[in-house]
Design a protein around this ligand. Sequence first.
Ligand code: FES
Length: 350
Amino acid sequence: MSSSMQYQPASNQHDQYRPEWVREDFVDFIAEKFNPVWAWKKVKATIIKSRAIGQDFYQIQLRPNRNFKQQQFKAGQSILVTVDIAGVRQQRSYSVVKFLANGDMIIAVKQQGKVSNVLTQLAFGSIVELSQAQGEFILDNSSEPLLLLASGSGITAIYSILLEALQPSKRPIDLIYFTRDEAFHADLEQLHQQHVQFNYHYINTVARKQHLTAELLEGLVPDFQQRQSFACGANAMMQSLNQIFQDLNISAQLKQEYFQIAVDESLEVQPIIFLRSQQTFEAKSNLLESAEQAGLKPTHGCRMGICNTCTCTKVSGSTKNMLTGEIDHGSNTQIKLCISQAVSPVTINL
Ligand code: FES
């Protein structure tokens, strides 16, 4: 019995061996010669159109190749866009606003950071690489009334969720949108005219210095405590919102996504050890950025805590989750480098 069980794994290993007769990069190299968007497995997309929708804010229409699985997309999810900048592949995550009937994808890009700057300046017909859609910032099957909150470019994910939520039901939906410009405003007004269950609260923060407060929420959406809530926006709004929900003990009703990650300036510089590669460096900002500043190249994707690519094991030390503020003192716990800040000396199994 024991000898036959010992034999089995060897056989399985043999079964699993698949020689790589054809290399993907070679196929892609040849395919590209015929059509730059062709690839065996990679998702690539052609830039079809780009137009300004606000100050430094662009809507870009992308036509993905057949490797993109649109049917798996859920409203609120994002994609990673990879561009080549001076010979280095750089990625950034963008929420998908919607898909057109022909399968083209619309994203909205604020001209902030290296990738966004390049992306908004690429000529029509240029090719970029995409990931499949990813992220957990999505609706569930509930038909409870909804509260949606957005500020700045956070409107892209919220707009996508709104379109989805308006489709099947008559559930009441309120959207509070803080913005300095008119991006999406006309479309949202139109949706408000078309759907009686949708209330739209537009707050132009240039015309009116208004921040999110409990009083404002109560005034605009009196039953907000009984609603399922989704929020995506700048740090100031997200922090106020989290405080309001914590004070009312209703944080469990809130789903949130960040597009900015705030560094806690009060934390001191800490020594970090990457154990397996035997590297040490000092960290003040997030661990991914600090490692890169020290010349290291940890694997990463979105840099926003969405894709899990940078997840690794913290062997010891304490880190702060820059999205939730939670401090992790545990040993051998999983952290994401891109949203972790060191609170003490930290050792990581990398
Ligand atoms: S790079 Fe995507 S979660 Fe850290």
